[in-house]
Ligand binder design. Structure first.
Ligand code: CP
Length: 358
């Protein structure tokens, strides 16, 4: 089995993402990740196992006895939530997932409140967290930081797993897991995810959730991907290159209404102007044709769903919120269950939860 202790950082860093996967797996985890860094670590069997575990945790948690059992599963573990970028959902759903499993948590939500403010390096900060905790769940504006820290920790005397809760403009693997779980549940009795058309719309250039989800969808059969965005915010070439290499049917378009007519799922995203290189650059882009409102709702097929990683601004009109096809609130809650499944499996408790008597 490949281990991060067997490979130097430069050599590991230079590998294609899919080739990194074996180095990040849990020993005897049957392919389950130990460090969760990017979507390329998940194939279909692993996604199906995680969705089944999330369903199981959701079910067990319904009864008081079941909830108390779940709280005992990881009562001996502590997790650090290290978020140096703003977050509501990803922070809170990981926190709630930890609470479901009995994991005790600590947090830093602003580097200005940690000793990084005094000049401590990320490496030293992470090493400090690993002295007190058994897992680090981290969000950072820096692409690749979670990967570097995983290698550092695995090569330290306190190797503990890292979950990437969003890295730069690059990847958001646990968001993609909750998106897949939402699609999995939405189409459970409608033929599953295979054969569906997923329309991505909005800021596709800087949306890390889009990159991660687009990759995860390649694990399913005959899923068509349609990318609708203003010219300035078009889906990046690296995402297209993956789809071409895998022979995925995809289309790049600027016509949201035409795409909605053929969609099984419409995945709206907000304009990510926090990444603007010059202040106010995004405000100059005409985004008026890339919003989902009452007209689009009429065009969406009866079995279609509307998704959004949230937070939203005005790209989905609030008049859509009570439509049964609006899945974004459920999507948010699904994040708590699938993250609980990921945390439990990271610590090796998949089998015992699946087989418990509740
Ligand atoms: N979807 C998402 O990452 O939301 P937050 O930024 O609120 O965590």
């Amino acid at each position: 089995m490949a281990r991060l202790t067997d490979i130097g950082w430069n050599e590991f860093h230079a590998l294609p993402l899919e080739a990194k996967r074996p180095y990040l797996e849990r020993v005897e985890g049957g392919g389950m990740p130990y460090h969760t860094l990017f979507a390329q670590q998940f194939d279909r069997p692993i996604l199906e196992r995680l969705c089944a575990l999330a369903n199981r945790i959701r079910f067990i948690n319904k009864s008081k006895e079941g909830a108390l059992y779940l709280k005992s599963v990881l009562a001996h573990k502590r997790a650090m939530l290290y978020f140096s970028q703003p977050s509501s959902r990803t922070f809170l759903s990981h926190l709630a997932a930890c609470q479901i499993l009995g994991v005790t948590t600590g947090s830093v939500r602003d580097a200005a409140t940690s000793s990084e403010f005094k000049g401590e390096s990320h490496e030293d900060s992470i090493r400090t967290f690993s002295s007190y905790f058994d897992m680090i769940i981290m969000r950072s504006p820096e692409q690749g930081l979670a990967e570097k820290m995983s290698w550092e920790l695995s090569n330290s005397s306190r190797p503990i797993p890292i979950l990437n809760a969003g890295s730069g403009k690059d990847q958001h693997p646990t968001q993609a897991l909750l998106d897949i779980y939402t699609l999995f549940r939405s189409f459970e009795n409608k033929g599953g995810i295979d054969g569906k058309t997923v329309v991505f719309c909005g800021d596709l250039m800087r949306g890390r959730t889009v990159r991660s989800l687009s990759y995860l969808l390649t694990n399913f059969k005959d899923v068509r991907q349609v990318f609708v965005a203003p010219q300035e915010l078009r889906v990046p070439d690296d995402v297209i290159a993956v789809l071409e290499e895998k022979g995925v049917d995809f289309k790049v378009s600027d016509d949201l209404q035409a795409a909605v007519r053929t969609a099984d799922a419409v995945y709206m995203t907000r304009i990510q102007d926090e990444w603007d290189e010059s202040k106010g650059a995004s405000a100059k882009i005409d985004t008026s044709r890339f919003k989902f409102g009452a007209e689009e709702l009429k065009l969406l097929p009866a079995d279609g769903i509307i998704m959004h990683p949230l937070p939203r601004r005005d790209e989905i009109a609030t008049c859509c919120d009570h439509d049964p096809r609006a899945m974004y609130w459920r999507q948010m809650r699904n994040g708590m269950w699938i993250r609980a499944a990921l945390i439990a499996s990271t610590f090796g408790f998949e089998k015992s939860i699946m087989e418990c008597g509740y």
